[in-house]
Design a protein around this ligand. Structure first.
Ligand code: SF4
Length: 432
């Protein structure tokens, strides 16, 4: 099977959508070639894509039926309707597109970036009445927390959740915290360090960011995870890190924490499946969460890339398993990966371990390099893939008609506490 983003120098790079539509068998799920509205109603999982095996938790927002006119419109018609609606709305609307979003949506975005860059970008347009976030649910929540009063944040498809974020729900984390309180007590040691500091990855619900704000904890991104862990170790004897075990493990390991000091917390077992002794020795307690997209990358893929392309530079995202990060040349956030490719002055072959839409776009943007996704199967993030131009046209035309569709609102009490944890992150490294 051809690597999705491999192409000869100078040859055009097709979008992931067009690759999937022209050859559904090249993808991890032929159903990806259908419109995402097919999966909005009654599908138990997230739909086809890398996270198709993950089940949407009860109570997660569900998308109702997309009006048929948007399902049946051609891409050309949808693009034209989006352009007209955006032009009519002018500066009243800003459209944000995550790096992992499909090209057919990205072409309409005013800003493209990672989740935190986009939430910050939205703050540069305080006069926009509506922020249309073409990403996933936790990203829209963060944008709402940071938005100006009166601004509405819209998620074009409510079924665009994040399976990793959903792996740590508030009830399970509260239960874990109670057990840790009982085990460690709640008093600081002689040096003033608390028994545990909670650290949540940006990829988590607003409720968990608020939990961290309430309990002396902090938020991190994949760009600043080590700075944030240092901040936490100054204030605590150990860290409870959720939801992504891989980011936690890769970051702490690089800081010299041994694997024995990083027990995993399984929310379905007493003490997370650990003994009291193991938890006593812990420096970082890792939540049992992962990203289904980044979990697909393997050491075999790294070795194959090295065999096929001697001299290849392998860069992977720290949400990949530890063995893959260890086998790669470099690991870093989406922003790191982008900058690394942009900074290469000589024609270089890059094998990238992150979501295929972003890798494909890098290949198109930097034709002087050979850039391909480590995973030879075209398998986008299925939750991000729920945003299709049909949904974008629907919410934008809704705004033109005076209707705010799919608004994401974080209640004030949660937003205030979550903001505390976000501000601690900014103070731990200004300008992240
Ligand atoms: S790529 Fe992974 S972490 Fe990012 S939105 Fe998709 S499932 Fe969530």
């Amino acid at each position: 099977m051809a690597r999705s983003a491999t192409r000869k120098q100078g040859a055009p790079v097709s979008s992931v959508d067009s690759i999937i539509r022209s050859d559904p068998g090249a993808s991890c799920a032929p159903e990806l070639a259908q419109g995402p509205w097919t999966f909005d109603l009654g599908t138990p999982g997230y739909g086809p894509g890398a996270s198709m095996g993950d089940v949407i938790p009860t109570g997660s927002p569900r998308q109702g039926q997309l009006p048929v006119e948007y399902q049946q419109a051609s891409n050309e018609e949808l693009h034209e309707r989006i352009r007209v609606a955006k032009a009519t709305l002018g500066e009243r609307v800003v459209v944000l597109g995550h790096f992992y979003q499909r090209d057919e949506v990205i072409q309409h975005a005013d800003f493209v970036g990672d989740s935190f860059q986009l939430a910050n970008a939205a703050q540069t347009v305080p006069d926009a009445e509506a922020i249309v976030f073409c990403g996933v649910h936790f990203m829209a929540e963060t944008a709402d927390i940071l938005a100006q009063p009166g601004q509405s944040v819209i998620l074009p498809n409510l079924a665009a959740g994040c399976s990793m974020a959903d792996m740590a729900d508030s009830d399970s984390v509260e239960e874990c915290w109670e057990q840790l309180d009982e085990l460690y007590g709640t008093e600081p040691d002689a040096e003033g360090r608390m028994p545990v500091i909670p650290v949540t990855y940006m990829n988590s619900s607003a409720a968990l960011k608020a939990f961290c704000g309430r309990h002396g904890g902090i938020v991190c991104t994949s760009s600043n995870a080590s700075t944030v862990l240092e901040w936490a170790f100054e204030r605590g004897q150990r860290v409870l890190f959720f939801p992504d075990q891989h980011l936690g493990r890769n970051t702490a390991k690089a800081m010299g924490v041994s694997l024995e000091q990083m027990p995993m917390w399984n929310p379905y077992k007493p003490l997370g499946g650990n003994t009291a002794d193991e938890l006593d020795r812990a420096r970082v307690i890792l939540w049992h969460g992962f990203c289904s997209v980044h979990k697909r990358f393997s050491v075999d893929q790294v070795e194959k890339a090295r065999a096929d392309f001697p001299g290849v530079r392998v860069i992977v995202h720290p949400e990949c398993p530890m063995a893959v990060v260890d086998a790669a040349d470099e690991a870093g956030s989406t922003d790191y990966i982008r900058k690394a490719v942009a900074a290469a002055t000589e024609p270089t072959t890059f094998a990238i371990g992150t979501e295929v839409n972003m890798v494909n776009r890098l290949a198109a943007e930097f034709p002087q390099h050979t850039i391909f996704c480590l995973d030879p199967v075209v398998c986008p993030c299925s939750t991000m893939y729920r945003i299709h131009p049909g949904y974008l046209a629907w919410v934008l035309e809704g705004l033109v008609a005076g209707d705010v569709i799919n608004r994401i609102t974080v209640p004030d009490a949660i937003a205030n506490e979550a903001r505390v944890a976000l501000e601690r992150m900014l103070a731990s490294k200004p300008g992240v």
